[in-house]
Structure formats: structure tokens, C-alpha cells
Design a protein around this ligand. Structure first.
Ligand SMILES: Nc1ncnc2c1ncn2[C@@H]1O[C@H](COP(=O)(O)OP(=O)(O)OP(=O)(O)O)[C@@H](O)[C@H]1O
Length: 232
């Protein structure tokens, strides 16, 4: 198994008491699979993803990514893991406004051990001609493509996507989902995606439904739908 999350628990302090945000979450993903985490606001989706991405710490439980036990890593090793193994994509693209498209991508490729070639990545996201543009000169969909290029340039084992289409219209969303599907196919990165949109689950090999910090249902698809065919 490529990713195994076992009995993951996380609480935050809330006044005098504790807010139990993850109550023993388990999930698995094979190499190159797409997983979707569906759940209402506050169900713990971002917390789960942050812990898998090495941005936050669990209270207990285990996460293995390609044989590496994340919960046991020192801070330095966790930084290495975040820097080299994980690509992050968010709803709001988090681009640096005064850097060009190429420079935004270089911020990441310069510190990655096995960075891909800039032109390969720009071609993969269809932005060859926008290399010298600034984010303000791009549409929302194009900015998200830059964010995707920045995430994949490090050649990550796992792409973590938190509502990647949350700020985009219907057609642009489908374009971004289709691009993620193509990247999954061509680069072999596993994808774990958070969404409120149940229809997006149809493009995933596995759908995990999270409610109140627990996985209440797991759906496995033997066949996945091409993003262009998803409707909502
Ligand atoms: N750093 C933190 N400190 C304290 N509480 C937190 C922290 N991060 C998240 N929480 C709490 O954990 C709960 C789950 O938050 P989380 O962001 O994981 O939910 P979510 O399912 O991603 O929600 P949304 O869809 O609205 O983004 C919420 O009650 C939130 O207030």
C-alpha cells in the first residue's frame, strides 16, 4: 500500500475542554490512485490533509507514505518530506504576486531534490506562452494551473489538493480536474483531494466520507469517470 493512515487522532484545545477533530481516521491509497475526501464544513478534512502533508502533528495514530512513517519523523526530516514528496494545491492559488509564472515555479524547484524541467511542467499545464506573465495578468483558471505547475515541478509522490476548484466556475473547474487527472496519469503522482462537491467523487478510485472526524463511508470505484464527463 502506498499510503496508509491508521487510527489518526487529533484534538485542539477549546476553552477549558478539547475539540476532538479526528477520532481515529483510517484510509489507504495505492500508488498512482486518486482519493477524494468528502465532508461538510468542520468535519476535519483540512486537518487530516495537513497532518498527511506534514504541516501539522497528530496526537496519535500512524501515517505511512511509500514506506516512510511520517508521525515518527524529526522536524528536519519532516521538512525534507514536505519539500520533496508532497505537492500542495489550494482553493486560493497562493502565488507570489510580484514574481512571474516561471519565477513562482522556481521558488519551489530551486529547493527540490528531483525537480522536473520547467518547460516540461509548463507544457503539461498548457502555459508555455505565459512564462513571463505576472499572476494579475492571468485568469483564475490559469493561476490555478500555475499553482499546479508549482506543485508538480518537485515531482511529488503525492499531490494534496484542498478544494482546488472552489474558486472557479463550472467549465474552468472541469478543465482543472481534467488537468489533475492527466498529471496523475502522466506523472504517476497519487492525488488526495478535499471537496464539498460529491460529483467529483466519480473521478476517484476511492471516496472517503468524513463526518465529525470519522470516516462514515468508503466507496471504491473500479472504473473512474473522465473529468470532462462529470456534471454538477
Ligand atoms: N489550528 C487550529 N486550532 C484550533 N482548532 C482548529 C485548528 N484547525 C482546525 N480547528 C478546528 O477543527 C475543526 C475542523 O476543521 P477543519 O478545517 O479540519 O475542517 P474542514 O472539514 O476542512 O472544514 P471546511 O470545509 O470548512 O474547510 C473545526 O472545528 C476547526 O475550528
Amino acid at each position: 500500500m502506498f499510503i496508509t493512515v491508521e487510527n489518526l487522532k487529533k484534538s485542539y484545545q477549546a476553552g477549558e475542554g478539547k475539540n476532538e477533530v479526528l477520532k481515529g481516521v483510517c484510509l489507504t491509497l495505492e500508488k498512482g490512485e486518486v482519493g477524494v475526501i468528502l465532508g461538510p464544513s468542520g468535519s476535519g478534512k483540512s486537518t487530516l490533509m495537513n497532518i498527511i502533508g506534514g504541516v501539522d502533528h497528530a496526537d496519535s495514530g500512524s501515517i505511512r507514505v511509500d514506506g516512510l512513517e511520517i508521525t515518527a519523523l524529526s522536524d528536519d526530516k519532516l521538512t525534507d518530506y514536505r519539500r520533496n514528496s508532497i505537492g500542495f494545491i489550494f482553493q486560493f492559488y497562493n502565488l507570489v504576486p510580484n514574481l512571474t509564472v516561471a519565477e513562482n515555479i522556481e521558488v519551489v524547484s530551486n529547493i527540490s531534490k528531483s525537480a522536473l524541467n520547467m518547460d516540461t511542467v509548463l507544457k503539461a499545464v498548457g502555459l508555455e506562452t505565459k512564462k513571463r506573465s505576472f499572476p494579475r495578468e492571468l485568469s483564475g483558471g490559469e493561476q490555478q494551473r500555475v499553482a499546479i505547475a508549482r506543485a508538480i515541478v518537485k515531482n511529488p509522490k503525492l499531490l494534496l489538493c484542498d478544494e482546488p476548484t472552489g474558486a472557479l466556475d463550472y467549465e474552468t473547474s472541469r478543465g482543472v480536474l481534467s488537468l489533475l487527472q492527466k498529471i496523475n496519469r502522466d506523472f504517476g503522482s497519487a492525488i488526495l483531494m478535499i471537496t464539498h462537491n460529491t460529483a467529483i467523487g466519480d473521478m476517484a478510485n476511492k471516496v472517503y466520507k468524513l463526518r465529525g472526524g470519522e470516516i462514515v463511508e468508503t466507496v471504491r470505484h473500479d472504473e473512474t469517470l473522465a473529468a470532462e464527463r462529470i456534471e454538477w
